[in-house]
Design a protein. Structure first.
Length: 391
């Protein structure tokens, strides 16, 4: 652990967390309080799941650290909306009387809130569970006070509640072996991964390869339907050459999944990744056998098809993401996608880039649903999947 003067201060964390706040202003206090209550509940749920599935739940420690970071984020947001300083709240939480007092605590670090050495807890202990219930109770008391804005003493009452919550959060983190500094850093990394300050596109995975082993940087594909002996198929052609096999929905009930290759083209255009398209276009990286076998092989193809099929099931319930703007896809959905591709090169794509690929792919899919034919254009330089009417 770094020395205290090198450690992340609470004020530094608060400034960074504020940059990731998607909803700002006094009218969002209720929303932020819902977030604090919800994340506290999620933290308790992790302890419950570990008790229920002790042997099979292997991600407990990591999940607890993530949830503690989320609770800290919402705690900072609630304090900010009441013009309270989180470092002063934390300083009050460390003393017996716990009275909030605005003071010179700007140098107080997250590291200084806990003992220097803490054992890692692989399962919830009774002390941790008791502390979590205390944390939940204090959050509930705060929820009852939030509606009193404008009344005498309201801000002071909120401050004292936040001090009590911070004290319980510090103890819960310590009892679980989680450093608040580590949880805060991971929390910021997760949020910037989803909502970055600026979007910098990573280089192509095959940038160093020869042209015959690179996914297309530009390409146009005509997608259209044709009926053959009473069966409707989707065909794809590029420069007069058919791409892949003709496709059906492969389902008992028609759902237009026969247009699903458009999602693979979106992965190429935005992510610079698609084992499926590599196989279709014979662009596998044969010069590097390990890459060819692992990243471009059958298992990687199945992973991509699995991601695409799972997302399609989610999209069906959400009107195929019509009206969803950048930043609007559920965070949990994007995290599930990353879990699908864990261990493969696509795991390095930030969540915001996955969202771009998904939204562009589904914009093209909805166009195809309506028009039944289109010309798809891959434009990797601009990270765009273009779509227009097919002449």
């Amino acid at each position: 652990m770094a020395d205290d003067f090198e450690a992340l201060t609470i004020d530094q964390y608060v400034r960074e967390a504020a940059r990731t706040d998607q909803r700002k202003g006094p009218g969002t206090i209720g929303f932020t309080m819902l977030g604090l209550v919800g994340e506290t509940g999620s933290l308790l749920a992790e302890a419950k799941k570990k008790q229920r599935d002790a042997a099979s739940y292997l991600g407990y420690a990591e999940a607890v650290a993530e949830e503690i970071g989320d609770v800290l984020w919402y705690l900072a947001a609630v304090a900010r909306r009441h013009r309270l300083v989180l470092s002063d709240i934390a300083a009050a939480a460390l003393v017996a009387d716990g009275v909030y007092c605005a003071g010179a605590n700007s140098a107080l670090s997250l590291h200084a809130l806990q003992p220097a050495h803490m054992p890692l807890a692989k399962a919830p202990m009774p002390k941790f569970e008791h502390g979590l219930l205390g944390l939940a109770g204090e959050v509930g008391l705060l929820a009852r006070k939030i509606d009193g804005a404008g009344q005498p003493g309201h801000r002071a009452a909120v401050a004292q509640s936040l001090v009590a919550i911070m004290r319980h959060l510090i103890q819960a983190a310590t009892d679980s072996g989680v450093t608040l500094e580590g949880a805060a850093i991971k929390n910021l990394q997760k949020i910037f991964d989803r909502w970055p300050r600026e979007r910098q596109y990573p280089p192509a995975f095959d940038e160093s390869k020869d042209a015959e082993e690179q996914l297309p940087r530009t390409m146009e594909i005509d997608v259209y339907e044709r009926t053959v002996r009473g069966q409707v198929y989707v065909y794809q052609r590029s420069r007069g050459v058919y791409v892949g096999d003709r496709l059906t929905d492969n389902a008992m009930e028609p759902d237009d999944y026969r247009f699903h290759d458009v999602f693979h083209y979106a992965y190429v255009a935005v992510l610079g990744w698609s084992p499926v398209i590599r196989a279709l276009l014979r662009l596998k990286r044969k010069s590097e056998p390990k890459l060819d076998d692992a990243e471009d092989g059958a298992r990687a193809i199945l992973i991509e098809e699995g991601v695409t099929s799972w997302l399609f099931g989610q999209a069906q319930q959400l009107n195929f993401f019509e009206g969803v703007k950048p930043g609007g896809l559920p965070l949990d959905m994007l995290k599930h996608v990353r879990q699908f591709v864990a261990g493969y090169e696509a795991d390095r794509c930030p969540l915001w880039l996955w969202e771009e690929a998904i939204l562009q792919g589904y914009a093209a899919f909805r166009f195809l649903q309506k028009n039944r034919r289109a010309r798809i254009g891959i434009d990797f330089a601009r990270r765009r999947l273009r779509i227009k009417e097919l002449p």
